[in-house]
Unconditional design. Sequence first.
Length: 306
Amino acid sequence: MAVLDLFSKRQRRARGEVSDVYTYDPLPAPLRVQIVHIIDDAFGVDIYRDHAKNAYKLVVEILCREYGVFELVPHTRKHRDSLFAFITSEGDTERILDAVEICFRMVDVHIRGNREYRDSVERGMEPADALEELNMRFKEHGIGYQFESGEIIRVDSEFAHAEIVKPTLSLLRGDNFKGANEEFLDAHQHYRHGRHKECIVAALKAFESVMKTICSMKKWKVNPNDTAKNLIAVCVANNLFPTYLESQIGSLRTLLESGVPTVRNRLGGHGQGAEPVAVPAYLARYALNLTASNSLLLHEAAFGED
């Protein structure tokens, strides 16, 4: 179902009531209800067999096991009702996003890839449309989350997400970059949950994995334990960058060496002494964006632009 640009929405924009600044907590009640509608349409209603019923059951059982409870919402008989009551009434935003992430991962992987499910369930929405509407609803409400590559990730800047993070996730989705993709998504998960030191460490791992993968695909000799500095040196020595950038290669190399690795070395990766080091969110965000930018640069230098 298409997202309609209603008269009331246009009027709010005209009055300047639509903020360009993302918020993260709490999730508005109308957004929660809209998410329930999308899940309901995407999971569908069983015509024969119990595909949709089992999908709801699996989601609820996963959440119950992870939270260490026997019931997601007490006094609800059906798994579908329990899930929807949880999404609309739960007070912890991160738990709501847990449920949303699992549901849309089910849509993205299980329903999209299961012909029998699609043929035996009456659905109001195709998987791709459901994922698109979810992200549009987040954006419509000014909520800074998006579902990308099977996970809910935090969005701080629409431009950075559209121009840097999303293209990076797309490039890293291939089998060769599976390790780097997992580490980059892991960094986003740490960032969303406020684990900023862990975010920076995971970002550096992703950055190093991208270079190791490129070197492996190019058959350039590297050691498994090579650090970012050594990997950058291998890329430079093998003329990864065009020769007409030779005069700028010094500054480019400095940028790559002093970006993510330095932030990680000083704040995330080594002993912090007697006083715990608090890593601010803006440094974790910088590490994520720089990792994405550098990964795009390296990939396009190695394989050309898509």
